[in-house]
Write a protein that binds this ligand. Structure first.
Ligand SMILES: Nc1ncnc2c1ncn2[C@@H]1O[C@H](COP(=O)(O)OP(=O)(O)OP(=O)(O)O)[C@@H](O)[C@H]1O
Length: 433
């Protein structure tokens, strides 16, 4: 490996033998039925190769059971590969299974010293680091209790605070932080991004906002195989499209493709994905003389690619069936956050200052808006149809709540609160004369 390479994984494979009955394992081992094999082969990971540079942060994404944890465990050395090789340069710390490496009977403090010694640190060195670890973990008096009494969030706090202070060259984090509260997750992500620039990091998460925020590069795994390796945003886009096409029962073209080959696959999925998604009619609210049957969301004239950026044009097309002609109809949308707070929205009366009429029967409505510059995170779309000509007083004909999830990312600009508000001016006057 050259000096810049921190991790090299070559043709890594993990195969499990699955037996229908426990006794089959014994029969096969004893060769009771000549050479007949009584197992099926299950590949948790197959011929996986990658190379990571020093200081690089790579996100590994893939759906449940795709092989992410298997890969990380083999890199961390806690699982033996069936085939292939892992080369590591430097000290590696990992947060793979919460509590691994911790003695449940020991207190938090005792576990800090215990783990420190496992990593070759003398007690006096750990003593110097102790205050920093305790401040980061921030679990108060619990630090003096046996860790078996900890909640999973407290465990994650202590484990992360400890691992980042053991001076790793390589840090592996597998969803461990997701059990912590949102503020702790933010603190960890910020620390990894700003304070661990020289550390090579492998992060497994299902949270695409964290992926966009943290990773320089993204690898997608599907059924144990690497199917994408390239830029972070392209990786998220590829993954979400693939997930969408699978959940819409569209057969995505199966192929092993790396970075620039991906656009061909997009084209295929885009064509197939044009279909509308039906709305569960039981979930609709309002008088329902007009009701929304199905919808599709496009961003910049393309099917939703898994995230939205500030300035993107979001267009929602929806099929509405009306039991009557409506000469005064209002259309609107609301975007809420994952806590149900309504963040922004608009209707056609306040925005376009005009009324729309509507025929009896099926109608296709297209509503579009520009995505604002707001905090990264997950947001939910609600659509509404009203009858009347007053922006506040009208009959609600149909509410379709939280029908679509949008992940907002802001990789190139920090959004400080919910949204940034420009500072118009700043002057400094030196008052010391
Ligand atoms: N000990 C085992 N015996 C048999 N199969 C296993 C074993 N461990 C893992 N697998 C299988 O290997 C595949 C990959 O598992 P793995 O835990 O690596 O997936 P993952 O991507 O980390 O999933 P998740 O997102 O749910 O954590 C799965 O199909 C799993 O059932």
């Amino acid at each position: 490996m050259n000096t810049e390479t921190a991790i090299r994984v070559t043709d890594l494979t993990k195969m499990y033998k699955l037996y229908k009955k426990p006794s089959d394992r014994l029969k096969e081992a004893l060769n009771l039925f000549s050479n007949k094999e009584l197992h099926e082969e299950k590949y948790a990971l197959k011929n996986f190769s990658m190379e990571l540079k020093r200081g690089e942060t790579v996100a590994i994404i893939g759906k449940n059971g795709s092989g992410k944890s298997t890969l990380l465990k083999m890199i961390a050395g806690v699982l033996t590969p069936t085939l292939g090789e892992v080369e590591i340069k430097g000290r590696i710390t990992s947060l793979i299974e919460l509590g691994a490496g911790f003695n449940p009977e020991y207190t938090g403090i005792e576990n800090i010293y215990f783990n420190g010694s496992l990593f070759g640190f003398e007690d006096k060195v750990i003593e110097k680091k102790l205050q920093t670890i305790l401040e980061f973990a921030d679990i108060g008096e619990y630090i003096y209790q046996p860790v078996k009494t900890y909640s999973s969030g407290m465990f994650a706090r202590l484990a992360f605070a400890l691992m980042i202070n053991l001076e790793p060259d390589i840090l592996i984090v597998d969803e461990a932080l997701s059990v912590g509260d949102i503020f702790f997750q933010q603190k960890c992500n910020t620390f990894m991004k700003n304070e661990m620039k020289d550390v090579t990091k492998i992060v497994v998460t299902h949270d695409m906002t964290s992926v966009a925020n943290l990773a320089d590069r993204c690898i997608v795994i599907s059924e144990g195989e690497k199917v994408f390796d390239g830029s972070t945003l392209e990786g998220i886009e590829y993954y979400v499209k693939r997930m969408h096409s699978e959940s819409f029962s569209v057969k995505a073209k199966e192929s092993n493709l790396i970075s620039n080959e991906v656009s061909n696959l997009y084209d295929n999925i885009i064509e197939d994905n044009e279909s509308f998604v039906d709305i569960d009619q039981a979930a609709l609210g309002g008088a329902l003389e007009a009701s929304i049957k199905s919808f599709k969301v496009e961003v910049n004239n393309l099917p939703y690619r898994g995230f939205v950026l500030a300035g993107d044009n979001v267009e929602i097309s929806y099929q509405v069936t009306s039991q009557k002609k409506m000469s005064e109809t209002i259309f609107g949308y609301i975007i809420s956050d994952k806590f149900g707070n309504q963040i922004f929205g608009e209707n056609t009366i306040t925005s376009l200052k005009r009324n729309f009429s509507f025929e009896e029967g099926d109608n296709l409505v297209k509503l579009s808006f520009q995505w604002p510059e707001i905090k990264e995170g997950y947001y939910f779309l609600t659509l509404g149809i009203g009858e009347g000509n007053h922006e506040l007083q009208h009959t609600i004909q149909c509410w379709a709540h939280n029908i679509f999830e949008l992940s907002c990312v802001s990789p190139h600009k920090t959004i400080h609160c919910l949204f940034n508000n420009n500072i118009d001016q700043l002057n400094i006057t030196n008052l010391r004369r």
